[in-house]
Ligand binder design. Sequence first.
Ligand code: SAM
Length: 361
Amino acid sequence: MEPQSGRGPMNRETILHWLLETGEARLAELWSQADAVREAHVGDAIHLRGLIEVSNHCVRRCAYCGLSACAPGVERYRMPQGDILECALRAKEYGFGTVVMQAGEDYGLTLEFMADTIRRIKEATGLAITLSLGERTREELAAWKQAGADRYLLRFETTDPELYQAIHPSLPGTVSDRIQQLLLMRDLGYEIGTGVMVGIPGQTWETLAEDIWTFRDYDMDMIGIGPYLESPGTPLAGELGERLRARAGAAQVPNDETTTLKAVALTRLLCPETNIPATTALATMDPASGRANGLQRGANVIMPNLTQLRYRVLYQIYPGKAGLHETADITRAKIEAQIQALGRSIGRGPGGRGRANCAGV
Ligand code: SAM
């Protein structure tokens, strides 16, 4: 059945209309439709994925990111395997279904090191394993799948090719094509996750509508949407950002909470079965209620941070990240209390995309 909303069948035009909607009563309709679709298709459970920020080294020069290779003054780290395993064991102890290993694009995380780490985590915990390590070779991706990885997260960031090239320059001698990478991962047997930032300088309403349509076109298994948060010292915080905003003109998308929530809700309507996190960026923008707002407008996943504090404070893709100085125990307790306050339950098991996880299909 075609996805519907109060504006009839969903297409690029209706997405655009909803993104531009400012009427509170109409938006309340959007929120409640997204929440109903979430409940019908993925149920009340909120899946917890324990995040391990395994390295902040990065070869990329993404114009938005505080960990970019050209970001000044970043103290770099790469976690030894023992520390990664400690986090994974904690995820198991907490009853989480998945661990997510995320890093800058760090070729120091070699094929062999990651394959061995994945194998050890799988043997010790049996948990689902998600990777988010940037653009990697077919050989690496295949070896990590073989070792036991289940899912891969790689945001395509924007469907506007010119904007993409400006904010995510290709490495010399290569062409960065994240959609092709995602399709390769799917071929290799991964569940694939993607996403975008809302309100990057240069992002227009039409581009954001196209981004959301693209999630559906490729039937993505997981979709992360958070506000763009300016990171001081990055090119987007300076002259490049100004130039891109000028290029978008009046059509520039704001990086605010309501627009992010509209994108989350529309994504749920278009992709009823997908897993959608209430992102850390949303919780950073609105510490009091960003996460809860996301969970009430289509989201069904949270990624509590398990990284040891000594590393976590160095993984600053943007400043003031939610939970930056909290221990894993405190983060977990807060998140469980939030879930209880919403009258929702904590998901058990891996919580992957699939029929067993989709009450409505
Ligand atoms: N290196 C991997 C990659 O590029 O996919 C994973 C880590 S990267 C830091 C994860 C995501 O953080 C990016 O895909 C991007 O959307 C998001 N991000 C980076 N800088 C951000 C910023 N300033 N504001 C909001 N999100 C940001």
